[in-house]
Design a protein around this ligand. Structure first.
Ligand SMILES: [Zn+2]
Length: 314
């Protein structure tokens, strides 16, 4: 477990004194990424011996591949100083109510709104790592409709709104961790993919009787269906956790962003909300800083345009 004041800064003052320049940031990234020893990205040798070729560059003694700590991460290939990006991460984890690119641009004097937004988008990849930390045990899954100022009719197919599918672990009294995604429709392939990507096999998946969930049972999940009209209970009684999460999400979007988000922005905000929600019991903001750096070092880099294209295709 990373320690406050040792593995991560506790205050903004500490952040500034820990990371005065690029070298200090790089050294910190090396410390977090290769905590258990250097791992060669080419030959996969763990805890291997390396030579320092140049500043920040390591050469594997086994395969002679040269690599830097930022290679293959979202820290790679940006002219934005690491000190600015560290400050941005600190800013993100310390804002109680979420972050806007505009706020980031103003506070950190990022060159442009686009620069700030591009970095937030990259960061979101570090917030929810695909394939990692899958939800498990009892998990509730349902869709909700987000955005748009028009009052929706509720139910499936409210026009003009984004569809967000949410999974929440049922931990009895409270919800455990959550995952969520904006989806184009509530078809069988879409909803099945979401469950496969976010819930560990063997889990018990609770849904309502919508046919889009009919295939879940084919994939080593135990699928528990509650037919709402037959049960006579409203949805928030049958699946309380996922409905609580949906209402928290909507309140957060309204409070922080006045509900005015485009669908692309929404993708980022869903990741940010998920990151905050899943770590809501972390006592130290600095620990979130550490976790986000850790995630950023594990996330693949992608140019802004590729990222948007992938998101749109998703
Ligand atoms: Zn190697």
């Amino acid at each position: 477990m990373p320690r406050a004041g040792v593995d991560y800064p506790r205050t903004f003052q500490e952040l500034l004194s820990w990371f005065p320049d690029e070298q200090a940031c790089l050294a910190y990234l090396e410390r977090v990424r290769w905590r258990d020893g250097f791992i060669c990205p080419r030959c996969g040798t763990v805890g291997g011996v390396w030579w320092a070729v140049r500043r920040g560059l390591r050469k594997c003694t086994v395969c002679h591949h040269e690599t830097s700590v930022t290679a293959g991460t979202i820290f790679h290939g940006s002219r934005l100083p690491l000190t600015s990006r560290f400050a941005a991460i600190w800013y993100v984890v310390n804002q109680k109510n979420g972050v806007s690119a505009l706020g980031l641009q103003h506070v950190l004097e990022f060159g442009s709104y686009q620069t700030a937004w591009a970095w937030l988008h990259k960061l979101s990849r570090a917030m929810v790592l695909p394939g990692r930390e899958l939800l498990q045990d009892a998990v509730e899954v349902d869709e909700t409709y987000v955005g748009g100022v028009r009052p929706g009719t509720g139910g499936r197919g409210a026009a003009g709104k984004a569809i967000v599918v949410i999974a929440a672990e049922d931990r009895g009294e409270a919800a455990g961790r959550v995952r969520m995604r904006r989806v184009p429709d509530v078809s069988k392939p879409t909803l099945t993919d979401f469950v496969l990507d976010n819930v560990a096999r063997g889990s018990e998946v609770h849904t309502d009787g919508w046919q889009g969930y009919d295939d879940i049972g084919k994939y080593r999940f135990s699928h528990v269906v509650t037919n709402l009209s037959a049960s006579g209970d409203p949805a928030h009684v049958v699946m309380p956790h996922v409905h609580l999460v949906a209402s928290l999400l909507k309140r957060w979007l309204l409070g922080t962003h006045q509900g005015a988000v485009t669908h692309d922005q929404l993708d980022y905000y869903l990741d940010e909300f998920t990151f905050r929600f899943n770590r809501r019991r972390s006592r130290h903001r600095g620990l979130l800083f550490y976790r986000l750096i850790e995630g950023a070092l594990a996330a693949d880099p992608a140019p802004y345009t590729t990222l948007l294209a992938q998101r749109r295709a998703a």
